[in-house]
Ligand binder design. Structure first.
Ligand code: ADP
Ligand code: MG
Ligand code: MG
Length: 945
């Protein structure tokens, strides 16, 4: 059977988003529940994949089916594409599986050319209509040139600006039919000048080029960046929606709007949106004119507004989630052009999820599943200190478009934002308005401040998506982008001046305002409590200091999965002793130096145990190569020389001898303990003494140290170091006359350790995947240098993500699974965790759940993210299982039914067969009898003759 590449809206539904894209599936769903949607068709995401497979060409089969779609669309709508009597104009819109707002392309008013324009005007003598036709025409030429032919919209915008200036008007709407007609001519001339050929007048050719452009836009740079940030696979592709235009720019009885059923910034259950009279498409979002709040639409268009309110209700009850809708009113009549589950800020997501549970739309499990864990990050970032905020007087106010606190130096371009941020500066990007080209700069900034645009402007939508603070539409700012300055309330700001903006209230402040840490409370607390109920995976934290440990506990950590002891050596008073240790000639000298460090380490560990209140604490023994600790300045070298009674030259010689060509694979990890067992001894003493001390003070806690030996690649290595640890520890415990349980485990961070995990598990009480090193060693490149080529790898689609941020499940993940499979049978009590950066990445957490890890460990601020991701993994698994069981039983019933049917049929058949054979036998017998009779007769006859 031939592939089906095209679906009419009436053929689809919301479960088909993989095939039809989100926009297409929802247009079909709205159609099926009777909402007013202009009827068109969707070209599938598979056609997009095919387009790329065919070398970026639309093959004839796809195009033929699209043209059949056009024909059906013409019949449904009673208009004809390119017709001079009753022309059909269409929009050609992108729409991927996951919504990627503003990332890909859309072309409106397609099907216009000089003849169609002339015919339309001839058919309707109203001068206002003529103006509308030319307005649509110039929009079409502009969009087509920009989107399809990539001419660049600036040329056209410049022509519009010149025209407005010439006519002395401020807004596009003030241009007359004649002005717009002239503009359309200028645009076509500009097109020819830029491309050296005429603007295509054949609607079918226009359509084909537009479809191609939408497919192509799947691969544009901003879409690629967006996908990487949002974990959307490149292989998905985008669908294309082709549908009849409805005209918000027809007259003053028409308009276009965008609305959310609930406030996407706060989550409040209140319709929020914006509407522009006599406008089309992007006008609202692009900030061309400042739109009116949706409530005002009630006065202007009471019937359409009333219907819209009903639509909102229908959609929420249907999707059980907050809806983001795009609509147009043409001659007072409402048309729905898009709906989707709306993007929202993290606080809004939490509030909406809780409200939906309370309103009976969702179960707590569903509520937990609907929060994007990546967004929680923003809630954990500092907020403005309430007292400092109260004391400050705002200079001005815009719209609180995306909540949060941002404080930084003013920059004026996206490129500057990227550059300054790369230098470690905190910046606030201030612009007239933002556009999709600004996306990387917006990401690099702490916050975004715009002069123009409403709550649904590009800046607002994108900032909310990124969880970044944004204040939009502060019209009081007098902007001079060219000279990189602006004034607000009489104060002139230049590049580099400090500014603070509050994305919740929209307030703008001069200078820096103090910030405070966030807390988990209210709806956040409610969701997290639910999450904890549903998850199986434990969440620990990577913490080296008591302060970090406390923070992590507040955020819900259930233990420390990684304490890096080396960080403790760097403090002023200890580094000197550690350097003396490094520069020692004998074991005794080394031991003497280590003896000085012991009390410090012991005290550090004690504080950690106290902060953890009896929860498990994993302490990793010294890991980095020694050269990281040596002095670099002449002063320090001199000091060290004096302390060791050596010459400066001797010390320098020692330092030089520590040089390594590839320190990442050098003398580090457990190799240090093998060469200098006294280091491991000292660390063991510190761990055990601290534990004994804390256990004594808190009898109700279960203090059970977990000592982790890093960088093991061979079981004998572990066995050797473990023996040192056990001897030392047991001696300490015996000397104290106390009882204390402890564990000795290892990190799995070298591929050979994973490959020989069955050997290693014999000696290890636990495994912990150090996926930072395991990733470097598996890929064979270092994370410190990967930055040099990763971008080229993204561009060429060799990689879609940074394997250091998102666990490589195919390769590194396979090693992890292998370690579990090999290790667990050998040592059934082996517990297993992960402590690499990946422990706080949602998709990696899901993987860890799937392969059966006991816990993930991540930095303190990622703890809530990991808790939620772990719950979602458990919920998804449960749902998949239920689905599978259900499918199984369906199959069983079906098979049973079929078997029964078949058995019945067989019975009938057998009976028929038996009857038939009886019949045959009877017939045969009769035949035989007749034959005999005949023979007899013949014989007698014969005899007679
Ligand atoms: P995006 O995905 O960037 O939102 P859309 O495909 O939704 O792009 O198109 C943007 C806007 O264009 C819509 O919000 C709507 O206002 C306008 N538009 C799209 N199709 C039509 C149509 N058939 N009639 C009128 N306006 C349309
Ligand atoms: Mg849209
Ligand atoms: Mg490591």
């Amino acid at each position: 059977m031939a592939n089906k590449w095209v679906y009419m809206f009436s053929e689809g539904n919301m479960t088909m988003r993989n095939l039809l894209g989100g926009k297409g599936a929802n247009l079909a769903e709205m159609t099926s529940i009777g909402l007013p949607v202009p009827q068109g068709f969707t070209i599938t995401t598979e056609a997009c994949t095919q387009y790329y497979e065919d070398g970026r060409k639309i093959n004839d089969e796809i195009m033929a089916q699209a043209m059949e779609g056009v024909k059906k669309m013409e019949e449904i709508n009673g208009k004809k594409f390119g017709d001079l009597q009753n022309p059909l104009l269409v929009s050609v819109r992108s729409g991927a599986r996951a919504s990627m707002p503003g990332m890909m392309d859309t072309i409106l008013n397609l099907g216009l050319n000089d003849d169609v324009v002339a015919a339309m005007i001839k058919g309707n003598p109203d001068p206002a209509f003529e103006r509308f036709v030319y307005d649509s025409y110039r929009r079409f030429i502009q969009m087509f040139s920009d989107v399809v032919m990539e001419v660049g919209k600036k040329y056209f915008e410049q022509l519009i600006d010149e025209m407005k200036e010439k006519k002395g008007v401020k807004f596009d709407v003030d241009l007359t039919a004649a002005d717009l007609k002239e503009l359309a001519e200028q645009f076509k001339a500009e097109y020819k000048k830029q491309l050296g050929k005429d603007f295509p007048s054949d609607p079918v050719e226009q359509l084909k080029l537009a479809i191609e452009a939408v497919f192509r836009s799947w691969d544009n740079p901003r879409a690629n960046v967006y996908r990487r940030d949002n974990d959307i696979p490149y292989s998905w592709g985008t669908a294309v929606n082709v549908m009849p235009m409805v005209f918000g720019n027809l007259n003053n009885e028409s308009g276009t709007g965008v609305a959310f059923t609930r406030d996407p910034a706060t989550g409040e259950n209140k319709l929020m949106g914006e509407f522009l009279i006599n406008a089309q498409g992007e006008d609202v979002v692009a900030g061309v004119r400042t739109p009116m709040p949706i409530a005002q639409m009630e006065k202007e268009f009471p019937e359409a507004y009333a219907e819209f309110i009903k639509v909102c209700e229908t959609l929420e009850n249907h999707y059980h989630d907050m809806q983001d809708m795009e609509f147009t009113v043409e001659n007072k009549k409402l048309y729905m052009l898009q709906c989707r589950n709306g993007k929202r800020t993290a606080p809004a997501a939490l509030k909406i999820a809780c409200d939906l549970v309370d309103e009976g739309h969702k179960t707590p499990e569903e509520a937990v599943a609907m929060i994007d864990p990546r967004n929680l990050d923003t809630l954990l970032h500092p907020q403005f200190d309430a007292a400092a905020l109260k004391a400050a007087t705002p200079l001005g106010k815009g719209l609180g478009a995306s909540p949060g606190a941002a404080c930084g130096k003013v920059v004026f371009t996206a490129d500057d934002a990227v550059e300054w941020a790369a230098r470690g500066e905190k910046v606030v990007l201030v612009r007239l308005e933002t556009s999709p080209e600004d996306i990387t700069g917006m990401k690099a900034a702490q916050g975004i401040l715009t002069v123009r645009g409403g709550m649904t402007s590009h800046a607002a939508v994108v900032a909310r998506g990124m969880g970044e603070c944004c204040v939009s539409g502060c019209g009081d700012i007098n902007m001079d982008e060219e000279n990189k300055k602006f004034t607000l309330a009489g104060k002139e700001f230049h590049e580099g001046d400090f500014i603070s903006i509050d994305g919740t209230t929209g307030n703008i402040y001069d200078g820096q305002i103090a910030t405070v840490d966030a807390k988990i409370a209210g709806e956040f607390g409610r969701i997290m409590a639910w999450a904890d109920e549903f998850r199986r995976l434990k969440v620990r934290t990577n913490a080296d200091t008591p302060a970090d440990a406390k923070k992590a506990r507040e955020l819900g950590a259930e233990g420390i999965g990684l304490c890096r002891t080396e960080h403790m050596f760097f403090e002023e008073d200890r580094i000197a002793a550690f350097r003396e240790m490094i520069c020692s000639d004998t074991v005794e000298e080394r031991e003497a130096a280590l003896e000085k460090i012991l009390p410090y380490q012991q005290n550090d560990f004690k504080q950690l145990y106290e902060a953890l209140e009896g929860c498990p604490v994993t302490i990793r023994f010294l890991d980095p190569p020694l050269h990281e600790f040596v002095p670099t300045t002449e002063d320090e070298i001199k000091k060290l020389a004096d302390a060791k009674h050596k010459s400066v030259e001797e010390i320098k010689a020692i330092i030089n001898s520590l040089h390594e060509f590839n320190p990442m694979m050098g003398h580090r990890g457990c190799r240090l303990a093998v060469t200098y067992p006294e280091i491991a001894k000292m660390q063991t003493k510190a761990v055990i003494r601290a534990a004994l001390e804390v256990q004594k003070a808190h009898a109700d806690w279960n203090v059970k140290p977990e000592i982790m030996i890093p960088l093991v690649c061979e079981v004998k290595e572990l066995k050797y170091v473990k023996q040192i640890v056990v001897e030392t520890a047991d001696a300490e415990i015996a000397a104290a006359g106390a009882k204390l349980e402890y564990e000795v485990g290892t990190m799995i961070e070298i591929p050979r350790a994973a490959l020989t995990a069955d050997e290693i598990a014999k000696e290890a009480d636990f495994f912990c995947f150090g996926t930072n090193d395991l990733t470097q060693m598996t890929f064979g490149f270092s994370r410190d240098d990967a930055g040099k080529f990763l971008n080229a790898y993204y561009d060429t689609k060799i990689f879609e993500n940074d394997p250091f941020a998102k666990l490589d499940q195919t390769g590194v993940g396979k090693l992890m699974e292998m370690s579990l499979k090999l290790g667990k049978p050998v040592n059934p009590s082996l517990h297993v965790g992960i402590c690499g950066e990946h422990g706080g990445d949602p998709s990696s957490v899901e993987f860890c759940h799937k392969i059966g890890l006991d816990y993930v460990s991540c930095s303190p601020f990622r703890v809530p993210v990991a808790r939620l991701a772990a719950a979602q993994a458990a919920i998804a698994e449960k749902a998949a299982k239920a689905n599978c069981d259900c499918k199984k039983s369906v199959v069983d019933d079906e098979t049973k039914e079929k078997l029964k049917e078949a058995a019945e049929k067989a019975q009938v058949l057998a009976k028929d067969l038996a009857d038939a054979s009886a019949e045959v036998a009877k017939a045969g017998l009769a035949g035989l009898k007749a034959g005999i009779e005949e023979a007899k007769r013949a014989y007698n006859e014969n005899k007679k003759n």
